[in-house]
Design a protein around this ligand. Structure first.
Ligand code: SAM
Length: 299
């Protein structure tokens, strides 16, 4: 989550880290959050990221890429339930789903809870994120990578959406922030390619950092508008993504689902929900006034 210069004590540390060391993420320049490292489970430079997985007494197992926390055992459910069930139940009968990024497997786990799903394609650029998440964060995927409906492709999501002939009912961009390998997934060209891959009532969703701290959601909405009749932002609190509620971009050419429809469609989900309810779905689209004005050009 979150961009900027990850200010990392860890880039200086050797593979074996002492129990008293701390991981500092300083993504907004003049401010940082720091996690106590109880134990480093894994650290390496992959082809695309500097990856570290460590244990923290409060957040459980934590995955960071390039000095930016991606996910933690404690609060991942908020992010993964909202990035998947909001578009899936907006659609109502999603059979083919594309996840771009999502290498920790949490979004795939939630997508596969939908009884309507026949195929879920996950495209991640970094095979190491998938393999090490399976090993050190098994509760994220809970076996989803082995589900017969899942197809895992190691590729750049931007290239994939340009070249594939397949169509999808829902596209979920569960990506790193708009820096490094993830930068191409926040461009107008990428959004145009995604729009072309969606079926008639298709829904697009992506993660957009924390709007109190940066304007990623504003830029995403502006870039999505040429391709969709409805472009919105929705919010959810994820403590790890520090600085306030985090934002998701949302786009469709269909009518927005009602609360009554959501209450019927929730039976599509087979499995436990810790955060998502139809009411939380609707409420998440309520925005603070300034953000609402800037996303929807309201005065
Ligand atoms: N929940 C996290 C967040 O909000 O920051 C995202 C976690 S998920 C681990 C992010 C994934 O995006 C990583 O596995 C990374 O490899 C993948 N990724 C980054 N750039 C990509 C690209 N161009 N194509 C496909 N996957 C990409």
């Amino acid at each position: 989550m979150k961009k900027m210069t990850a200010h990392l004590l860890l880039s200086l540390i050797p593979l074996a880290v002492n129990a008293n060391q701390w991981f500092t993420e300083s993504i907004y320049g003049n401010w940082c959050q720091t996690y106590k490292i109880d134990e480093v489970l894994y650290e390496e430079k992959t082809d695309f990221h500097h990856m570290i997985i460590f244990k923290n007494g409060l957040y459980g197992t934590v995955l960071a890429l390039d000095g930016v926390i991606q996910t933690t055992e404690k609060d991942e459910f908020v992010y993964h339930e909202m990035i998947t069930h909001v578009p899936m139940l907006q659609h109502g009968n999603a059979q083919k789903v594309l996840i771009i990024g999502g290498g920790d497997g949490g979004s795939l786990r939630e997508v596969l809870k939908h009884k309507t799903v026949k195929k879920a394609v996950l495209i991640d650029i970094d095979t190491q994120v998938i393999e090490l998440s399976k090993k050190y964060l098994p509760n994220h995927s809970q076996g989803a990578f082995n589900d017969p409906r899942a197809e895992i492709i190691i590729a750049d999501g931007c290239k994939f959406v340009k070249e594939t002939q397949e169509k999808f009912d829902v596209i979920i961009c569960d990506t790193t922030d708009p820096i490094g390998a993830g930068k191409v997934l926040f461009t107008e060209e990428f959004y145009a390619d995604c729009a072309k891959l969606l079926t008639k009532n298709g829904v697009f969703v992506n993660q957009n950092e924390v709007p109190y701290m940066c304007d990623t959601i504003n830029r995403t909405c502006n870039k999505l508008k040429p391709f969709f009749s409805t472009v919105k932002g929705f919010l959810a609190p994820v403590p790890t993504y520090i600085g306030g509620y985090m934002a998701f971009g949302f786009a469709t050419n269909n009518d927005i689902v009602t609360l009554q429809e959501l209450e019927q469609r929730i039976s599509n989900i087979d499995g436990e929900l810790k955060y998502y309810t139809p009411e939380m779905h609707k409420a998440s689209f309520a925005l603070p006034n300034k953000l609402k004005q800037s996303l929807y050009n309201e005065r």
